[in-house]
Structure formats: structure tokens, C-alpha cells
Design a protein around this ligand. Structure first.
Ligand code: RB5
Length: 154
């Protein structure tokens, strides 16, 4: 199950992603917004992010104007690693190396076709694990309040 959310600016791209998911036969839940009336993205990001963290959804895709605001909001939810991406290479690598569980894109940054490609790569690429698991663990340790800086050179 894929969690989707957007604000008004991201709505057209989210609709493209819905069409793509239908074509791929992948199930999704749309956590809003549902109209093009101007709205604030944070609550929608939080609702979709909570669905991913709870296990109700496996991954999430978020859209706003730039992808930035909605990704920043999602990353405030514990357990979320949301990557704001506008190219195919980063989409692949954020799965392989960062195990990102949410993707954010900007409808005013990427077109419909590129947005679909990025989303497809994000959904079909596996995490590599290995040394990258250690690095992802370190990201999550920062979230848990750990200080990683003790061993660093001055
Ligand atoms: C809305 O105008 C816009 O600010 C929002 O969609 C997003 O781009 C913020 O980061």
C-alpha cells in the first residue's frame, strides 16, 4: 500500500502518480488534499507519514510545489526518511543507499513524465544494506537523540 499526499500545488502531479499506480496495479491511499483550493502542506505530510510509520502503508509519495516543504514536514515524523528528488539517479540511490521510505517531488519542478519515472524507480529499487545499513542506523540514532560527534576529528 502506497501513501499519497499533496497540497494544492502538488495535486496535479499526485494525480499523475495515481494514474501510474493504477497502471502498475499498485494499491494506494490518498491522504489529501483532494481539491485545488489553497492549503497548507504540513498536516497532509504528517497524515501520510504516520500511515507509513504505523505500517498501514509500505512507502509514501508526497507532492507540493517544490517538494521541499512537504518533505521537511514528513521528516519531522519519527521513523520517516523522506527524500526530495527531482532526478532519476537520486531516486535510485535514495532507495539503494538511504532506504528512503518516502519520496517527495515538486510539481513546479518536474514534469508529469519525469515525475512518473522518478516514482517508478523509487517504488522498484531495493535497499542495498551492508555499509549503508550502518549509515541509515546513524541517521536514526540522531533522531533518537544520540550524539554521533564524539569520535570526529577536531
Ligand atoms: C505553495 O505555494 C508552495 O509553497 C508549496 O507547495 C511548496 O512548494 C513549499 O515548499
Amino acid at each position: 500500500m502506497i501513501a499519497l499526499a499533496s497540497d494544492h500545488a502538488g495535486l496535479p502531479l499526485k494525480k499523475e502518480i495515481m494514474t501510474m499506480l493504477d497502471e502498475m496495479g499498485l494499491a494506494y491511499r490518498d491522504y489529501g488534499t483532494y481539491t485545488d483550493a489553497s492549503c497548507d502542506y504540513a498536516a497532509y505530510a504528517q497524515r501520510a507519514a504516520k500511515a507509513v510509520v504505523s505500517g498501514e502503508c509500505d512507502r509514501g509519495i508526497l507532492c507540493c510545489g517544490t517538494g521541499v516543504g512537504i518533505s521537511l514536514a514528513a521528516n519531522k515524523v519519527r521513523g520517516i526518511r523522506c527524500a526530495c528528488v527531482s532526478d532519476c539517479y537520486s531516486a535510485k540511490m535514495t532507495r539503494k543507499h538511504n532506504d528512503a521510505n518516502m519520496l517527495a517531488m515538486g510539481a513546479r519542478v518536474v514534469g508529469a513524465d519525469l515525475g512518473r519515472m522518478i516514482a517508478e524507480i523509487f517504488l522498484t529499487t531495493d535497499f542495498e544494506g551492508g555499509r549503508h545499513q550502518r549509515r541509515v542506523d546513524q541517521i536514526m540514532a540522531i533522531e533518537a537523540g544520540e550524539d554521533l560527534t564524539a569520535g570526529l576529528e577536531p
